[in-house]
Design a protein around this ligand. Structure first.
Ligand code: ADP
Ligand code: ASP
Ligand code: MG
Length: 401
């Protein structure tokens, strides 16, 4: 039995016409002899609108109830797509996270999949050609609905593909992964291949074309991901372990921006690592994303700074108060209005001088970075939001992206 997982994102199922179009595409795959496990996102801007609605009720909506609300979006599209498929004569059935038994960690709004009971899918595939599964949602150990974080349907799809040991195709409104966001930079180049490591960095650093956790899972289980458009037949991008040998490795493969960054500075911490540990423990408990950490000792005290996303400010405040409840005299400041600009490429491992070219490009754009972090295959820096696009343009020119 040939099985494939296909995922269709919000824009691909935004209207009844598009849902019918997606149904046609799936039928074609069935006619080619495949059984298809389809993962769908909520229609269009549904998730945004549900969040807005919740905030009209409560300024900081209870996260359990928020998940209960958000999970409805995916259920709507799964049911509608199944109806469309049945009308085309395809043996199809929709299933939600409870039915598929997608188990996650407890964290509401940012849960991680821990296991999927594939027996439900396997049993159903005996009787049906297409199973339409709600993306983005899972169930935690308390039996409550959870969601996987914005863009999380990609992760639902790759996790299912990993469990079933089949390839995964992800369809959206772009026909592949580009050197940078093609909506913002129309001259960006489409990549035929990208490595897991590069895609992981790019997506974690702001490129929303894939949920970064989905790439993590694909890498772990060696699942190839094919990214393409649900609107055209254009050849897309393969996300793979290694580039094919005939392909020349670029020094820098892609660039991205993550907006809405806050720089947090905590001053006058005692010079004792237990306080740093306590801070990051509390941060971890709240599943907050902390990046660009810098630690500077001075005059017997420690000064810590890092970045977080704007939405996480209140949770971080709570975390700091808890971690430092026995400490006197510490101070924290939050500075908003920053973006994180990053370049990524496995070629950096072997090409010296990339950092110099990167900073020269920033200099030409008149931008001085505030914080810098690097790995073997990426350089990120924090820049003022209003200068970010200009800085990115300069970087794109420098590395011919
Ligand atoms: P879906 O709703 O189908 O999950 P998303 O909107 O989450 O689709 O992701 C697709 C979007 O990702 C594109 O519209 C594009 O603007 C954006 N994007 C950002 N960076 C890139 C990139 N490097 N390559 C392709 N698309 C990118
Ligand atoms: N519907 C969810 C969101 O908008 C999940 C997804 O699109 O992948 O974030
Ligand atoms: Mg997405």
């Amino acid at each position: 039995m040939n099985v494939v997982v296909q995922k269709y994102g919000g824009s691909s199922v935004a209207t009844p016409e598009r849902i019918k179009n997606v149904a046609q595409r799936i039928k074609k795959k069935v006619d080619e002899g495949y059984k298809v496990v389809v993962v769908v996102s909520a229609m269009g801007k549904t998730t945004d609108n549900l969040i807005k609605l919740a905030k009209e009720i409560s300024p900081r909506p209870d996260s359990r109830e928020l998940d209960m609300l958000l999970a409805t979006g995916e259920q709507v599209s799964a049911a509608l797509l199944s109806m469309a498929l049945k009308d085309l004569g395809v043996k199809a059935k929709s299933l939600n996270a409870f039915q598929v038994k997608i188990k996650t960690t407890p964290h509401h709004t940012s849960a991680r999949i821990v296991d999927i009971d594939d027996s439900v899918i396997r049993e159903n595939l005996k009787d049906y050609d297409v199973l339409v599964v709600t993306g983005f949602q899972g169930v935690n150990e308390h039996g409550d609905l959870t969601t996987l974080g914005r863009g999380g349907s990609d992760t639902s799809a790759v996790a299912l593909a990993a469990k079933l040991r089949v390839p995964c195709e992800i369809y959206s409104d772009v026909d592949g992964i580009y050197t940078c966001d093609p909506r913002v930079h129309p001259r960006a180049k489409k990549l035929a291949y990208i490595t897991y490591d590069e895609a992981l960095e790019l997506t974690a650093l702001g490129a929303k074309v894939l949920h970064s956790r989905s790439v993590e899972i694909a890498k772990k289980y060696g699942i190839p991901i094919y990214c393409a458009s649900s609107f055209t037949e254009e050849e897309g991008t393969m996300v793979v372990e290694r580039l094919p040998e005939w392909l020349e490795e670029p020094v820098v493969t892609g660039a991205t921006i993550s907006h809405g960054q806050i720089k947090v500075s905590i001053s006058f911490l005692p010079k004792d690592v237990k306080y740093i540990t306590a801070i990051f423990e509390e941060v971890g408990k709240r599943a907050l994303n902390v990046d660009m950490i810098s630690l500077v000792p001075s005059n017997g005290k420690v000064f810590l700074s890092f970045t977080i996303l704007e939405d996480h400010k209140e949770d971080l405040d709570e975390a700091l108060k808890e971690a430092l409840r026995d400490v006197e005299g510490w101070k924290s400041t939050y500075e908003g209005g920053f973006a994180k600009l990053s370049i990524v490429g496995v070629g950096m491992r072997t090409s010296p001088g990339v950092a110099a070219r990167f900073f020269e490009a920033l200099e030409r754009a008149g931008v001085t970075p505030e914080l810098v972090t690097t790995s073997e295959i990426k350089i990120s820096c924090l820049v003022p939001e209003e200068k970010a696009e200009e800085a990115l343009k300069s970087v794109i020119e420098e590395f011919e992206l």
